[in-house]
Write a protein that binds this ligand. Structure first.
Ligand SMILES: [Zn+2]
Length: 300
């Protein structure tokens, strides 16, 4: 099996040893119980997102970002990954300018992975516009993402980011969106029709609307499946209940991804193995996922 991972968050995929090391150096106290750092089954998306506060606290400086980007590429090599894309929200790292933080990640990566920049649900559209401007001259930045989760308290919603996404498209920058992560399937329609998303992260509720399935098929949108992560946040009950096999039967393009190797305590070989054990999955379906992951990378 030729593994790929198109959806791996930098701040969720730091090594535990590095997290402890950086926290020690900074005098930051970590929870004594490692389970208070990582995800656990059925914890809910809000609780899961709050875990990033711990990893982000040690990743504020550009040097820490560089180190972790490098280590994630080393880990990927050990896992046997043929394609890797790392994503993060540089504006959350306050130890340098957004440009410096992005450059640090690229220095750590050294061409071994594509870098995707994440704006977050609720942020000002100006943040997204800035991320695109930073991406344009940096060919190592291959994509733009919308991450986190929407909230009724947010002033801005997905459609407010359309101009930035259009600008990304005009400059050949890939577009992906965290959508329908246990939420309304309409998010997938908005992401495709308004943000010109070529890929969707999660999409667990896709099958609730067959017109949207048709749209995904027509536009050949790839779903970045993060099955273990979906079980962790409670979007699906267990691996066997995940709709990944049903998607594949309908002809939807699906790639197997890890989301967060630290937080979900998973790596690519483990994730592929778990998905191969889902009763409806066949060896042919696994081969399709393999090809989708290898061919689904953003190219600039
Ligand atoms: Zn994600």
């Amino acid at each position: 099996m030729k593994y790929s991972d198109l959806h791996r968050h930098l701040d969720g995929s730091i090594r535990m040893g590095t997290l402890v090391d950086l926290a020690d150096n900074l005098g930051i106290g970590l929870p004594e119980d490692p389970q208070e750092i990582t995800f656990f089954k059925g914890m809910g998306l809000e609780a899961a997102l709050s875990r990033f506060a711990i990893t982000l606290s040690v990743l504020q400086q550009p040097a820490a970002v560089r180190r972790v980007a490098d280590e994630i590429c080393q880990d990927a090599q050990r896992e046997g990954l043929h394609v890797l894309e790392i994503r993060f929200a540089p504006q959350l790292h306050k130890g340098g300018s957004v440009e410096e933080v992005v450059d640090s990640a690229l220095e750590g990566i050294q061409g071994r992975a594509g870098l995707i920049l994440c704006g977050l649900y609720g942020e000002s559209p100006a943040v997204f516009e800035q991320l695109v401007e930073i991406a344009i001259p940096r060919k190592g930045v291959v994509g733009l993402d919308l991450a986190g989760a929407p909230s009724p308290s947010h002033k801005f919603g997905m459609l407010d980011y359309a101009d930035a996404y259009h600008n990304a498209r005009d400059h050949g920058i890939g577009r992906t969106v965290h959508a329908s992560e246990g939420r309304s399937v309409e998010e997938i329609r908005w992401a495709i029709e308004s943000l010109h998303a070529q890929r969707i992260g999660h999409g667990t509720t896709l099958l609730e609307d067959h017109q949207i399935v048709d749209l995904v098929l027509e536009k050949e949108v790839l779903i970045e499946a993060n099955v273990t992560s979906n079980v962790d946040i409670g979007a699906v009950e267990c691996h066997a209940e995940h709709p990944i096999a049903k998607w594949l039967k309908l002809g939807v393009k699906v790639a197997i991804c890890t989301d967060n190797t630290l937080l979900s305590q998973v790596d690519a070989p483990t994730e592929y193995e778990r998905i191969s054990q889902i009763p409806e999955m066949t060896p042919d379906m696994m081969s399709l996922c393999e090809a989708n992951g290898l061919n689904g990378r953003f190219l600039r």
